[in-house]
Design a protein around this ligand. Structure first.
Ligand SMILES: Cc1cc2nc3c(=O)[nH]c(=O)nc-3n(C[C@H](O)[C@H](O)[C@H](O)COP(=O)(O)OP(=O)(O)OC[C@H]3O[C@@H](n4cnc5c(N)ncnc54)[C@H](O)[C@@H]3O)c2cc1C
Length: 480
């Protein structure tokens, strides 16, 4: 590897120092980000006996150190750990998640648009087989194909998307990740608490990475930095003149209600992705990330606190509630096209009013009044996340809030009780999607040997598709 000459990119003039060979560590492949994409890329390289030197770096913690203080009961509210354990570290945002691997192209990303439908499905099935071989085989595989829920939805103007889903549960998911780490570590190196700051192109080909722990060089560089690395990957793209296409943002609330209300549905399909077109605005609202007997959690993306949910496979860790998101899709074109900035502004407003996540009873929202601590005391549904009782109508724009309320009444027809006044709404839930980085069918950007996989590429938004993109990348490197 020629580590002596830098190619000047836009801002390389400010960084004229050639890397010091004595302190720079050289690799054939460096993967930045140990989330689902990075985990599966490293697994596939290892499994196929890749002979090169591979390093995976992540700014978060190793698996055994990943503990959200809220989950440990050390604090009731998000204390903005840096880096956030929910989003960063081995396994990425998937580690403390519910571990729902959806095998579908109907949602969860657009991988099929780049690699084709058959290959996308084949890769997701392969990911599922690896998960099973690593300890997931006892987790049930649900399918919308074996259910009459679709008919019931259609009869009520709702649309159920088709998918198979393997629900691992947070606990089993973590065990599988341990097994995958043990499998690859004899061959693949990992550096945690290591954040990639900038990248330079080297004169003889390859890349020089500047991190908080020193410099590294490699021939092939894989950007697998997920949603939490959105600003970083945006910086890399603008440095190397890689055009990014702005994505949409989904804004909404996390709904929490007694598990009995959705039991018939969750027993049948576990996760139902249901889409509804509102009468009032023609807007699309959808259910997202359903967690039977689950827990609502807060998450920290680039310093902004939003809400999410997960559940455990172990019944001893079940709550009495089911939670899911209701999201309204927003995409802007001109003169303003930064959908993420729009979503961040709304989340910041909620953080300003609630100091983090806001919580409101559906009945209070309908009556146009805030939920207060006193009203929450009389609430039959017990919240699984300690959030600030407040008024979501002061935060979420009217259009999105009207759409969410309309959807709650639509869902009430297939799951009576959804529109109960004690149904809890947490806000805001924002799904940020990274701007799309143009990649070819091997996940390669226009810069040779620079790859973008997983959610960081803007192409995937789910565990299955992010993992599948890692497998595709690894097989391409093997072929090369
Ligand atoms: C609470 C929660 C629950 C979820 N539940 C589900 C679910 O059940 N099913 C599903 O399909 N999806 C779920 N998702 C989404 C899913 O986790 C992501 O789609 C998936 O993790 C994307 O994988 P990835 O590898 O692309 O990125 P990530 O998993 O986000 O991993 C990226 C990694 O890159 C690291 N990183 C970022 N920037 C840098 C940098 N500059 N230097 C070094 N390292 C860096 C981060 O620390 C992180 O570990 C959930 C997400 C959350 C937050």
């Amino acid at each position: 590897m020629n580590a002596t000459k830098l190619i000047k990119t836009k801002d390389a003039a400010a960084n004229n120092d050639a890397p010091n060979k004595a302190t720079t560590k050289d690799y054939d492949v460096i993967i930045v980000g140990a989330g689902a994409g990075g985990v599966f890329a490293s697994y596939e390289l290892c499994k196929n006996g890749y002979k090169g030197k591979v390093l995976v770096i992540d700014r978060g913690a190793p698996l055994e150190r990943r503990n959200c203080p809220i989950k440990l009961g050390k604090t009731p509210k998000c204390i903005r750990c840096n880096p956030c354990h929910i989003m960063n570290g081995y396994g990425g945002a998937g580690t403390l998640s519910d571990g729902k691997y959806n095998i579908t192209t109907e949602f969860g990303g657009d991988l099929h648009k780049v690699v084709g439908y058959d290959k996308a499905m084949e890769m997701m099935e392969y990911v599922d087989s690896v998960l099973c071989s690593m300890g997931g085989s006892e987790a049930r595989l649900y399918s919308t194909a074996d259910t009459d829920l679709k008919t019931k939805c259609l009869q009520n103007n709702l649309h159920l998307l088709s998918a198979k889903v393997r629900h691992l549960g947070t606990d089993r998911n973590i065990k599988i990740l341990h097994n995958m780490y043990d499998y690859v570590t004899p061959q693949i190196e990992f550096e945690f608490y290591t954040a990639c700051e900038t990248i330079d192109l080297l004169g003889g080909g390859g890349f020089l990475l500047h991190t908080n722990k020193g410099d590294y060089t490699c021939e092939k560089l894989v950007m697998a930095t997920g949603r939490s690395g959105s600003k970083w990957i945006g910086g890399v793209c603008s440095k190397f003149d890689i055009p990014q296409e702005k994505n949409r943002v989904d804004i909404g609330v996390r709904v929490e209600l007694p598990a009995e209300v959705f039991k018939a549905i969750t027993d049948d399909v576990y996760e139902s992705k249901i889409v509804y077109k509102t009468d009032r605005y023609n807007d699309m609202v959808r259910t997202f990330c359903m967690n039977p007997y689950g827990h609502v959690v807060s998450e920290n993306t680039n310093g902004i606190i939003t809400v999410n949910g997960h559940s455990y496979a172990d019944p001893k860790l079940h709550s009495e509630n089911t939670n899911f998101a209701l999201l309204v899709t927003n995409k802007f074109t001109e003169p303003f096209d930064d959908s993420n900035e729009y979503g961040e502004s709304i989340a910041r407003l909620s953080n300003m009013l609630g100091g983090g996540v806001l919580l409101q009873r559906f009945g209070d929202l309908e009556k146009g009044r805030r939920s207060s601590a006193r009203r929450m005391e009389k609430c039959f549904t017990r919240p699984t996340l300690e959030a600030t009782p407040g008024d979501l109508s002061l935060v979420i724009p009217k259009r999105q809030l009207d759409s969410i309320i309309e959807m709650i009444y639509a869902l009430d027809k297939i799951a009576p009780g959804t529109a109960n006044e004690d149904t809890l709404l947490y806000g805001v839930e924002v799904k940020f999607y990274n701007s799309k980085v143009p990649v070819d069918e091997n996940m390669q950007t226009k810069i040779p040997n620079l790859y973008a996989i997983g959610d960081g590429s803007g192409l995937t938004h789910s565990l299955s598709q992010a993992s599948a993109s890692g497998v595709i990348l690894a097989r391409h490197i093997m072929d090369k």
